[in-house]
Ligand binder design. Structure first.
Ligand code: ADP
Ligand code: ASP
Ligand code: MG
Length: 833
């Protein structure tokens, strides 16, 4: 014989009930089927009762919708002539309505009445299910589940219950088994609340009970149908207990919060109890106690996917993995009792917990410092003030003498529990937990280990709960692959290419590098799309226009920080100073920044330094390799040289792909002005080509390289020898383009001279002995800058080690493809931390 329990989620709709029918009728063994109220009905009943108590007539509407739901369900399941079942339900609904009306008239809701009202959920659902399942007999749990009162709660009277259950089910399954047929009658008989002995399928309403002494209706607490099922399984020595719900099994974490959680095949009772006590709602924690000592296996199964293997809970050794699952409790508060020294103060703990228990305040986490100067304990937010008062009253004499301080309360926190039998043997788990939380900017406010060997509990701010669960889950369960969550700002040529490249590489990275790149945000100047599940669909440009939320830089910052996603990277593919101004806030919230935007790294030295230091302090990355030489490894090389003890003495470089393109393209047929236009059209130049022509872009790059090489330099320290007169920069864009051809003749004359002298123009940036300059130089044949095609860059690094023969880096220095690839490489290097 097995006990099967179907929760509210499994009995909420006609389709779900048909599914339940198939599962139960398909069984060859005898089964006791425990059922919950239709999903949501218990909440509705409690709401209606609460409204009636306050005299709020709206309870009638709640009642009506609940009544209609049951009637419609019956009509859907049985057609128009449900007969006796409809009568039974009508009788139950009448009594329920009378009780609610009574409460409303008197404006009092005694516990006894509240329990009776809420019992109708299971009483009605069990009637419907008993009628639906062929050969089923309804057993009334009120006949055999008994409770007694303690501190305002109803606790199981196990002795009385066990005896009554055995009596009620004395002949259950036996005769049917022997006779080899179903003894129960059809639909109408199934509605009788009296057991038909010999039936092979028993239907039992979960949750509801009676008080042993008074006989009043009570219940086993929210989620208590699991408990009813377990009590029956234990009392009747069932072969197994099956909990049928709406998920494929017991998962590594709450699947509503952790999208990557997965089903755990087997769990020990100890592990399951820890997880359920800590908020894993999949099984009501007390439900594990009756079956545990008898080692009756518990199977968690999905009503909507019955072929899935599910989870088995039983007494067994773990699979060696230190952590089996994680769970959490939100909305808690920490209360701290402290003293200059509690050493020598006798019986503090017992007085403390005695006082709390007299006030019926439950404590689910305790942390005490070894120097005995403080005890911190966790209670529900709602109990926090009462807990503080209780503690202050209990220790009033000590507080008035100054031997103790008044209790303090910190609210809006959450506790995360990491559970696994393997924790007994594993080393360094707490350290790993603190490190990964710290790296994601999450502080741990209290920690408890050891109340059981299977549980490490950490308290964090409530606002970090989701993120904490994610980072912990990611590092303990998904070590097979790592995730990075990207916010991409700017979808021009570079940003657009980057999104394309990420999409193209995603599969391979998962397969070969165990890295999962999620684009969780895409923004352009005034619009943004965000999604925890990823927004990198093919039509993101279109979706930005139609679904994107309007943004300003500040709004963008608040959204990115507000999403509070673990392992976040902000990728700046804009040239905007307003976006560059956001980096510091990102670092402060443990978000790394990868940027193709040169503004920040070339801004005031103090700002540059501050950004680098903030990132370092917060343990996040600030990467801007593409600021110089697009995808060429220039900044990384300088850092590698410096880190290995070398010293950069001199930098000479052609750093403007745009200018190099212009001076390589200019010819007898293509005048200077046209080369500028071509550079812009082909995407080599900055959107405003004057940033290139004015040398500003090269100055920024030289400043960035010199700073990375260890020099303190400002843009104003760089001497600029320009080749376009000043007045070209002070006018409008239109005027600029109109005036530009006026320079063509002079350039052509000079070009012919250079050609004759076998020289070429190169716009060279130079750093040496504290001198910084950019200038258009005439490079003779044979010089390493002479042959430099298209938009290529070249960088010569003279260092202590590379002294006689400087190190040379050369290649494409501009273009969306290589720049996007450089940004991509920076992102990948974060994944490698
Ligand atoms: P039922 O109505 O069947 O009793 P519950 O809602 O009480 O269902 O419990 C099932 C729910 O528990 C799941 O839908 C899931 O959202 C939640 N849950 C929380 N933690 C876990 C976990 N670790 N594994 C599986 N489900 C979990
Ligand atoms: N119907 C009750 C509740 O919602 C019991 C249960 O479903 O387990 O809490
Ligand atoms: Mg439940």
């Amino acid at each position: 014989m097995k006990v099967l329990k179907f929760g509210g989620t499994s009995v909420g709709t006609a389709e779900a009930l048909q599914q339940v029918k198939r599962i139960v009728e398909g069984r060859s063994e005898s089964v006791i089927v425990v059922v919950s109220a239709l999903g949501g009905v218990t909440d509705q009943l409690l709401r209606a009762a609460g409204m009636a108590e306050k005299g709020d007539r709206a309870y009638a509407a709640t009642f009506e919708s609940l009544a209609a739901r049951h009637r419609e369900l019956v009509a859907e399941l049985f057609g128009d002539a449900p007969g006796a079942l409809m009568e039974t339900l009508a009788g139950q609904l009448d009594t329920l309505r009378t009780r609610l009306d009574g409460v409303c008239t008197l404006k009092v809701l005694p516990e006894k009445t509240r329990c009776e009202i809420v019992s109708y959920g299971e009483r009605m659902s069990s009637e419907i299910i008993a009628a639906l399942i062929e050969g089923a007999t309804l057993y009334d749990a009120l006949d055999f589940i008994r409770t007694f009162p303690q501190q305002g709660r109803h606790l199981l009277d196990s002795h009385a219950t066990e005896k009554l259950v055995r009596e009620a089910f004395a002949d259950f399954g036996e005769m049917a088994g022997r006779a080899g047929h179903d003894a129960a009658g059809g639909l109408v008989e199934g509605c009788h609340p009296r057991p038909d002995r010999g039936s092979r399928i028993a239907i039992v309403p979960g949750f509801i009970a009676r008080d042993s002494a008074s006989g009043d209706i009570t219940n086993l607490g929210r989620g208590g149908s699991d408990y009813t099922a377990s009590i029956l399984a234990a009392a009747l020595d069932a072969e197994a207990l099956e909990i049928w719900t709406d998920v494929d099994g017991f998962m590594t974490a709450d699947p509503r919060i952790i999208k990557t959680s997965y089903v755990i095949d087997t769990l020990s009772f100890a592990e399951a109890m820890e997880l359920c006590n800590f908020g894993a709602k999949v099984v009501y924690a007390p439900a594990l106690y009756p079956v545990y000592p008898k080692d009756i296996p518990v199977h968690i199964k999905n009503t909507f996917n019955p072929d899935a293997q599910g989870t088995t809970i039983r007494n067994q050794a773990g699979d060696g993995r230190p952590v089996t699952g994680i769970a959490s409790i939100g909305d808690i508060a920490l209360v701290t009792l402290s003293a200059p020294s509690m050493v020598g103060l006798i019986g503090i703990d017992s007085r403390l917990f005695g006082a709390l228990s007299r006030q019926e305040i439950s404590v689910f986490l305790v942390s005490q410092s070894s120097s005995e100067t403080g005890i911190t304990f966790g209670v529900a937010n709602a109990d926090a003030e009462a807990a503080r008062r209780t503690v202050d009253e209990e220790f009033a004499p000590e507080i008035s003498h100054g031997a103790m301080r008044p209790a303090t309360v910190e609210k809006d926190l959450a506790a995360v529990a990491v559970v696994g039998e393997g924790l007994k043997y594993a080393k360094g788990i707490a350290g790993k937990l603190f490190t990964i939380l710290g790296r994601n900017g999450i502080g741990v406010l209290a920690c408890a280990q050891g109340s059981s060997d299977y549980n490490i509990s950490l308290v964090v701010e409530q606002k970090y709960l989701r993120k904490s669960l994610n980072v912990i889950h990611d590092s303990f369960f998904l070590s097979e692959y790592q995730e990075l969550n990207l916010f991409i700002c700017g979808i021009g040529t570079v940003g657009g290419k980057l999104i394309e490249q990420i999409r193209g590489q995603r599969e391979r990275l998962m397969r070969e590098r165990n890295l999962k790149l999620n684009i969780v945000g895409i923004a352009r100047s005034t619009k943004a799309l965000f999604s925890r599940d990823g927004v990198d669909s093919d039509d993101f440009r279109q979706r930005l226009e139609t679904e994107g939320m309007p943004i300003t830089p500040e709004r963008l910052r608040d959204e990115v920080i507000g999403m509070n996603i673990f392992n976040s990277v902000f990728v700046d593919c804009t040239a905007s100073p307003q976006i560059a101004a956001l980096y510091k806030d990102f670092f402060a919230h443990s978000i790394s920044v990868v940027t193709a935007n040169k503004i920040a790294a070339s801004s005031d030295y103090a700002n540059y330094k501050d950004l680098k230091e903030t990132a370092l302090k917060r343990g996040v990355k600030f990467l801007f390799e593409t600021n110089v030489g697009a995808g060429l490894p220039v900044i990384n090389t300088i850092n590698a040289l410096k880190n290995s003890g070398d010293r950069i003495e001199k930098i000479e470089a052609v750093l403007s792909g745009t200018l190099n393109f212009i001076f390589n393209t200019i010819s007898a047929d293509i005048p200077f002005s046209q080369t500028v236009k071509m550079a812009q059209e082909q995407g080599f130049s900055e959107p405003d080509p004057r940033i290139d022509l004015s040398g500003k872009d090269v100055i920024r790059k030289l400043v960035i390289l010199s700073r990375e090489a260890g020099y303190r330099v400002e843009q104003s320290d760089v001497e600029a020898h320009l080749f376009v007169p000043d007045d070209f920069f002070d006018c409008s864009m239109e005027e600029f383009w109109a005036k530009l051809p006026s320079l063509d003749a002079q350039f052509e004359k000079e070009r012919q001279r250079l050609e004759a002298e076998h020289k070429r123009w190169r716009f060279v940036a130079k750093m040496e002995n504290g001198q910084y300059s950019v200038s258009l130089r005439e490079i003779p044949e044979g010089h390493s800058f002479y042959v430099l095609d298209g938009s290529n860059n070249i960088i010569l690094l003279t260092t202590e080690r590379y002294h006689l023969h400087p190190m040379l880096i050369q290649g494409y220095g501009a273009g969306a493809d290589v720049t996007a690839a450089g940004v991509f490489a920076d992102i990948m290097s974060i994944a490698n931390i």
